[in-house]
Design a protein around this ligand. Structure first.
Ligand SMILES: [Zn+2]
Length: 572
């Protein structure tokens, strides 16, 4: 009885709070995250967008043009989770796509290649994937379970998300969902409540893990049965509009684009092969198909779960990844990337129309931002600005004479356990075992790094932990990304425009992950009932998004939030 009283008291309080802010809370909150959508790209292509897609957000919503991530490691899971929690990675815990975790059970310290994104060199067996959890295997459509190492959950996520808070505030009637091609994006955006779905290339459908589901609903089976991913076979990725409408019309064939066998680097070469082709799923990702699949699944989910059909606010996170996959392969400034964004624009227009016809946009809060921006391909910059940008070859550290001498002196294979972007982890067990001096090893590595072209800074763990980094943009960004049990010993930061060379020949042409403007500057849009059509140039941060949604919906702040509620959204 007492529990029931407490619950009704809580529910009553939250209704009262939201009633003060506006007439009615929205029936549905859709939080869209476009993977790798650097803020300037929307302005570069704005005349080429449809009225109902990005233009709708630009002209009917509040558009924060000067928004940034304030953490240093601008990677997918970090950005998605910061947007859903309002917390810095130092607090939310998902400090990178991969890291070593000293507090992990030994069953969870290995990951598979296909799951990693970001550069992982010199892999130690202690590597851990941010959303990996062997106790939560994937649930396959036939009811069987995946191998433990494919298991995924938000176990490493240490705080609540906005989805979690809506559930806590409104009870089980509040439906919480998330969908993405990428597990780390879906889980980081959704959190603990509800269900996160992500794409599984083996089963050609969106799946979840036993953390979230015991069985799949009928609508899920129906979507899988449509075999949409296979339907691309034999067709080609063509330009959406006449080529004369493209900024990069004359630059389709650029030497740095990654030429995957069978996919090509120019239109109309991009042809989807037979689904039995080993690259089939990779080509679905490296094209607008990934966004089409995600939005198709999102629409099926909205209908199947009847989102937005009652007075209790529901929440759906949608993470769209084609722009990122295509940007990595061809560069963010390529004809392929331009068409991908224009196709996403058309897809979003259709998605917003779909929401309007069903739930009604007057009942829906739409929030859109990006998990990070994008670094240009160094040779693209060199060709245009006569710079001398290059890739940083980490192998040079391993091969440096001073490091080789240290190894020989102590009879050890390697004092470095792993370079897992952005951290260098020393092998402390080995150093202790051989009585080698960790401080000496660290000093040698720092001196080596500093002697190499393209290195800007290297920050030491102890200095970060003590809060003694310089009080600069970059110093603060590194500190915001530091977590003692998951961070490494040294944080090297390359010069602007540089990124780490990946030894994998199939690795992309471009990257992200730096603390520089091109990776941190992202758009933020809010569109919905009571929100003004306006452009805001005041500097805001991505940690402000979740508390603003909380303020709008009248829920508690997510537990790690340090961002601020944006008055442009809430004050009127
Ligand atoms: Zn990426």
């Amino acid at each position: 009885m007492r529990l029931i009283f407490l619950v009704s008291l809580l529910l009553g309080t939250s209704t009262l709070l939201s009633a003060q802010g506006r007439d009615l809370p929205p029936k549905l909150i859709v939080q869209i995250t476009v993977d790798q959508l650097r803020a300037d790209l929307l302005l570069r292509y704005s005349t080429g967008f449809t009225e109902g897609g990005f233009q709708r957000l630009m002209t009917k919503g509040t558009w924060f043009r000067n928004a940034e991530h304030r953490h240093a490691n601008t990677e997918t899971v970090v950005g998605h989770t910061t947007l859903s929690t309002g917390a810095d990675p130092a607090v939310h815990g998902l400090i990178g796509n991969n890291y070593l975790d000293t507090q992990l059970p030994s069953s969870d310290v290995k990951t598979t290649d296909s799951d990693t994104q970001g550069i992982v060199l010199d892999v130690s067996d202690a590597l851990h994937f941010a959303t990996q959890d062997s106790s939560a295997p994937l649930l396959y459509p036939d009811g069987s379970l995946s191998a433990p190492e494919s298991g995924r959950s938000p176990r490493d996520l240490l705080v609540t998300t906005i989805g979690d808070e809506i559930r806590l505030s409104r009870g089980a009637k509040a439906k919480i969902f998330g969908v993405s091609m990428k597990d780390r994006a879906a889980i980081g955006a959704t959190g603990h409540a509800g269900t996160a779905y992500w794409y599984n290339t083996e089963k050609s459908t969106f799946l979840s893990s036993t953390f979230y589901v015991d069985e799949y609903p009928q609508w899920h089976q129906n979507w899988t049965d449509r075999q949409l991913p296979e339907s691309y076979a034999g067709s080609g990725w063509e330009l959406l509009y006449d080529i004369a409408n493209y900024v990069f019309a004359a630059f389709d064939d650029q030497p740095w684009e990654k030429d995957y066998p069978g996919w090509g680097i120019t239109f109309p070469e991009h042809l989807y092969p037979d689904p039995s082709d080993g690259f089939y799923q990779a080509f679905l990702e490296t094209s607008p198909a990934a966004d089409e699949l995600t939005l198709s699944f999102a629409k099926a989910l909205i209908a199947g779960e009847q989102l937005g059909t009652d007075e209790v606010t529901d929440y759906l996170a949608v993470s769209l990844n084609s722009v990122d996959y295509v940007g990595h392969t061809f560069g963010p400034s390529s004809l392929e990337a331009e068409d991908t964004l224009k196709r996403l624009d058309a897809q979003l227009a259709a998605f917003f129309d779909h929401l309007d016809q069903g739930i009604g946009l007057e009942n829906t809060l739409v929030v859109l931002s990006a998990d990070h921006g994008a670094t240009e391909v160094p040779d693209y910059m060199n060709a245009r600005l006569r710079t001398n940008l290059d890739l940083f070859d980490y192998d040079q550290v391993e091969q440096a004479p001073a490091i080789q001498a240290f190894k020989a002196k102590h009879g050890i294979n390697d004092p470095i356990s792993s370079y897992t972007s952005p951290w260098i982890y020393l092998d402390h067990d080995l150093l202790r075992f051989t009585r080698a001096d960790a401080a000496e090893a660290e000093a040698l590595i720092i001196a080596t790094l500093r002697g190499l072209p393209g290195l800007a800074w290297v920050f030491e763990r102890d200095h970060i932990a003590q809060g003694s980094l310089p009080d600069t943009h970059i110093g603060r960004a590194v500190t915001a990304n530091f977590m003692p049990s998951r961070s490494g010993d040294l944080y090297p930061i390359l010069s602007p425009g540089w990124f780490m060379k990946d030894p994998d020949p199939l690795a992309g042409a471009s990257q992200h992950g730096s603390p520089y403007a091109y990776d941190r500057h992202v758009p933020i849009f809010f569109m919905g009932p009571g929100i003004a059509a306006q452009v805001v140039h005041r500097k805001v941060q991505t940690v402000d998004v979740a508390p603003t949604i909380a303020g709008y919906a009248g829920t508690r702040l997510p537990s790690g939030t340090t961002g601020r509620m944006l008055p442009e959204i809430l004050d009127h």
